[in-house]
Write a protein that binds this ligand. Structure first.
Ligand code: SOE
Length: 388
């Protein structure tokens, strides 16, 4: 009999639903040393939480996260709330001896992220593990891209071009949901999706950013207020308007360890782009290109080939030898967004069972948080702007 680890998850909106899917399916597809049991779902409203628990497959519902993290049937706490409560919940859970997986960005501020990383360091000395949930690392094609870079197939990395393009708030009448409020989300497109491309770029290249220079913009400064500002769509309108105090888009350049130049663009105003997380890496021996909107494909150009034969070729990342892919369908049948979360909890459970630190750690999450803060500081510093 494999040891069973009870999971207590806080939050049941978009991220809670997709994490539930991961916890529900992981043992059916991966042979793990431990088995997760979906012990309890946490949320604020008794009715909505009980209903979500029933629908998503949780054994119980709890309206007080402080009780949830103390429960004896909970060994893992999964934090799927907006960023303003990540630090409080994660730190309390670690102090209670529970392993923690926490949605991205790790926190809303560097100070909170520092406190979380410190709590994780302390907890690790007691065998308690913590991970920040940057799920796109677990797209098979992204993991394969990292493998190619690590194997030296690209040679010296010269350029990284990363974009995260969405369009779900392009309509000025789209309401002021929590992702557009600094007090809840910390920042706008920058923290919500820019954080993903910072992590993806650092993960694929194995190099951290050492400095940035940035522009941010808020295109729509007032939006309708909505009653229940949960989820992506928001609830019914109140008829009033509120001020948007976060960025709608962030554009920045940076330098990676080792000298590669990188550019980043995060926006929710790219009309027609739904979830285009893209990365291209150019090295001395070749290039890689990925777009989440075709997430089962990785494009590779081998620059050591004769020019007459060389050129980008498409690799369908669905072969048994590709990261994660062998656990699923026959070659060519493809995976979706939800699988990245299944891979995330698989890696987390394996690390917990092995007594190892999972990646990305809270320390990695803190490093991303420092990049976000540097981007905001750079964008606010108009003295660096050269008028033409
Ligand atoms: C909204 O922009 C969002 O749901 C992000 O919060 C997620 O992290 C991303 O995976 C999809 O888009």
């Amino acid at each position: 009999m494999k040891p069973v680890l009870g999971v207590g998850m806080v939050g049941h909106a978009f991220m809670g639903r997709v994490h539930s899917q991961a916890w529900r399916s992981v043992s059916a597809f991966f042979d793990l040393p431990v088995v997760p049991s979906m012990a309890v779902l946490g949320g604020r409203s008794p009715e909505r939480t009980a209903e979500a628990a029933r629908r998503l497959g949780w054994a119980a519902a709890e309206t007080d996260w402080k009780r949830l993290v103390q429960r004896d049937d909970v060994q893992i706490v999964d934090v799927c709330t907006p960023g303003d409560s990540h630090a409080e919940i994660a730190i309390a859970a670690l102090a209670a001896g529970k392993h923690v997986i926490c949605e991205k960005p790790l926190a809303n501020t560097v100070a909170e992220a520092e406190a979380m990383a410190e709590a994780a360091r302390q907890a690790a000395t007691r065998g308690v593990r913590a991970m920040v949930a940057f799920n796109y690392r677990r797209v098979p094609a992204v993991a394969l891209a990292r493998r190619f870079v690590a194997e030296g197939r690209l040679g010296e990395v010269r350029h990284v071009r990363a974009q995260y393009l969405q369009d779900w708030i392009a309509d000025p009448e789209f309401p002021l949901v929590w992702r557009l409020r600094r007090d809840r989300a910390g920042s706008g497109a920058l923290g919500d999706i820019g954080a993903h491309i910072v992590d993806t770029a650092q993960f694929v290249t194995g190099r951290n950013l050492v400095g940035v220079s940035a522009l941010t913009e808020t295109f729509v400064r007032e939006r309708p207020l909505a009653d229940a500002s949960e989820g992506l769509a928001g609830g019914s309108r109140t008829g009033e308007k509120g001020t948007v105090d976060v960025d709608d888009a962030a554009l920045f350049i940076g330098r990676l360890e080792g000298g590669a130049l990188a550019s980043f663009e995060a926006t929710r105003f790219a009309a027609g782009r739904k979830n285009a997380l893209r990365i291209e890496v150019n090295g001395s021996k070749g290039s890689l290109a990925f777009d989440f909107e075709a997430m089962n494909e990785l494009w590779f150009h081998d620059h050591t080939l004769d020019g007459a034969e060389a050129g980008f070729r498409r690799i369908m990342v669905t072969e048994p030898g590709h990261p994660y892919a062998g656990a699923w369908w026959p070659p060519g049948h493809g995976l979706g967004y939800e699988h990245t979360f299944t891979h995330e909890v698989k890696d987390f459970l394996e690390a917990v069972a092995a007594g190892a630190d999972p990646a990305p750690s809270f320390e990695d999450g803190l490093r991303v948080q420092r990049v976000l803060a540097a981007v905001e500081a750079s964008a606010a510093d108009e003295s660096r702007w050269t008028v033409v």
